[in-house]
Design a protein around this ligand. Structure first.
Ligand SMILES: *Cc1c(COP(=O)(O)O)cnc(C)c1O
Length: 398
C-alpha cells in the first residue's frame, strides 16, 4: 500500500494488502471480527456511477463512515459528500479540507446549522418544514449562495425498496410547493431532492419522483436549477437481485428530459450510499462454539455488530462462506441457527444459514456485501464491535 498523504495525516500504519479474506484468516487469524476492505472495488464502483449517472455524484457518508472509505473516495477524486451530521463533516474534512457538503438531514439544530455553515463552509441544506427554513435563514442571513433543497415525499410505496424512507422525512407535494416559494422569496437558491427508499429495486420509482418534482415546481411557479435524486440505488444480494445500474441512469435521464423539456432540465445529482459502497467490504467472523447435537453456532459478531441490517430487512441477508486453513470449506451443508456473542437472547440471525455440516469452532465465516450499513451501524454492546478494517485486493460478494 502506498504511503499516501492521507495515510500520513491519519496516522494509519500502512500494512500489507491481503489477497482476500481467506488470506486474512490464514495469516492474521483475527480473534475479533474484522471488516475486509477493497479500495479498488470501491473506486471501480465509483467509476461506474461517474461514467453512467447523468449528473454529479456524491457519497452518502452515513452508509460507511470509515476513514479508509473516505480516503479511497478522496483519492479517486470525489469532491461532494452527503452528510447527516456535523460529526460526518468533521470526519471528511480531516481527510479532504476542500470537501463540499450537502447537509441533507432535513432536521438540524441551530448549533448544527451554525457549525456546518461557518466551520465547514456548508452551503447546501435540506428542508422539509417551514420552521427549518426559518432556522437556517436566521443563521445564514442574506447569503444568497445558500442552496435549500426541498425534500419531498410521495405516498408510501412499500413494494419498491427494502427500507421505506417515506415515514419520517419529506414534505407532501402541496407543502413542498409552498417551501419552494418561501425559499425563492427569501432569496436562496431553490433545489429539490427526494429519497426513493434504500435498495430500490425498481428504477421506475425514480421516474415517479421526477414526475412529482416537475409537478411541484410547476405548481409553485419556481424554477429549480438542481434536482437531487437521492440514494436508494441497489446492490446485489442473494435474495434481492436488482436491475443493472445503467437501466436506472437511462430512465432517470429520460424522465428528466420528458418532464422538464429538452434544454430546460435541472442539473441532476445523486448521493448513493449502498449502491456505491455495499460491494467494497466483507465481514470476517470466527466461530466460538458449535453445538453439533442441535444446530446452534455461536460467532464473535452478530446483530449488535456488523450484521444489524440483516435483522431489519431479511431481504438483505448477506452471502456467506466458511473458511478453514486459508481455504473455503466445501462439503454437504445443513441449516444452522447462528447466534452472536452478546448475552442478549435477541442476538441471533433472523434466518438459518446453510453452512457445511462439518463446521467447527475456530473456523471463520465471511459475510459478503457488507460495505454499506455494516460497520456504520455496529454497536459496542457487551464490549464487542471495535472492528479493525483490513485492506484486501478482492472482496467476497457471493
Ligand atoms: C441514507 C441516505 C442516502 C443514502 O441512501 P442509500 O439507500 O444507502 O443509497 C442518501 N441521501 C440521504 C438524504 C439519505 O438519508
Amino acid at each position: 500500500m502506498a504511503k499516501t498523504a492521507a495515510s500520513i495525516a491519519l496516522n494509519v500504519v500502512p500494512g500489507p494488502t491481503y489477497a482476500d479474506a481467506a488470506a486474512v484468516a490464514a495469516v492474521m487469524q483475527p480473534e475479533e471480527a474484522v471488516f475486509c476492505f477493497s479500495a479498488e472495488r470501491l473506486k471501480a464502483r465509483l467509476a461506474l456511477f461517474t461514467a453512467g449517472f447523468p449528473g454529479a455524484v456524491s457519497f452518502a457518508v452515513k452508509s460507511n463512515p470509515s476513514r479508509e472509505v473516505v480516503a479511497a473516495l478522496d483519492e479517486a477524486g470525489l469532491t461532494h459528500w452527503d452528510v447527516a451530521s456535523v460529526q460526518e463533516m468533521a470526519l471528511v474534512h480531516a481527510i479532504q479540507p476542500s470537501a463540499h457538503f450537502h447537509y441533507h438531514n432535513p432536521v438540524k439544530s441551530r448549533r448544527e446549522i451554525l457549525n456546518a455553515y461557518s466551520r465547514y463552509g456548508c452551503r447546501r441544506f435540506a428542508v422539509d418544514a417551514r420552521e427549518e427554513v426559518a432556522k437556517i435563514a436566521a443563521i445564514v442571513g442574506d447569503d444568497r449562495s445558500v442552496e435549500l433543497a426541498v425534500r419531498f415525499v410521495l405516498p408510501r410505496d412499500r413494494a419498491s425498496s427494502a427500507h421505506d424512507f417515506s415515514t419520517k422525512f419529506g414534505a407532501p407535494e402541496h407543502i413542498a410547493a409552498g417551501l419552494l416559494q418561501d425559499i425563492q422569496r427569501r432569496g436562496y437558491v431553490p433545489v429539490m431532492t427526494f429519497h426513493p427508499g434504500s435498495q430500490s429495486r425498481d428504477p421506475n420509482v425514480y421516474v415517479r419522483h421526477i414526475e412529482a418534482a416537475h409537478r411541484i415546481a410547476k405548481a409553485s411557479g419556481v424554477q429549480i436549477g438542481k434536482l437531487n435524486v437521492g440514494g436508494g440505488f441497489p446492490a446485489s444480494y442473494p435474495l434481492s437481485k436488482p436491475a443493472l445500474l445503467d437501466n436506472f441512469f437511462t430512465l432517470i435521464a429520460g424522465a428528466t428530459t420528458r418532464c422538464f423539456g429538452k434544454g430546460m432540465e435541472p442539473a441532476l445529482e445523486c448521493e448513493p450510499g449502498r449502491g456505491l459502497a455495499a460491494n467494497c467490504m466483507s465481514l470476517l467472523t470466527r466461530v466460538k462454539l458449535v453445538c453439533s447435537d442441535g444446530d446452534d453456532i455461536f460467532l464473535n459478531d452478530g446483530i449488535y455488530g456488523g450484521l444489524m441490517e440483516f435483522m431489519q430487512a431479511p431481504e438483505l441477508q448477506p452471502p456467506c462462506r466458511v473458511i478453514r486453513g486459508g481455504k473455503v470449506l466445501e462439503g454437504p451443508t445443513k441449516p444452522w441457527k447462528v447466534f452472536g456473542p452478546t448475552c442478549d437472547p435477541l442476538d441471533v440471525l433472523p434466518a438459518k444459514l446453510d453452512l457445511p455440516a462439518g463446521i467447527r469452532d475456530e473456523d471463520f465465516i465471511e459475510f459478503g456485501t457488507l460495505g454499506a450499513y455494516g460497520i456504520a451501524t455496529s454497536t459496542r454492546f457487551n464490549g464487542y464491535g471495535g472492528h479493525a478494517v483490513v485492506p484486501v485486493a478482492e472482496v467476497f460478494n457471493g
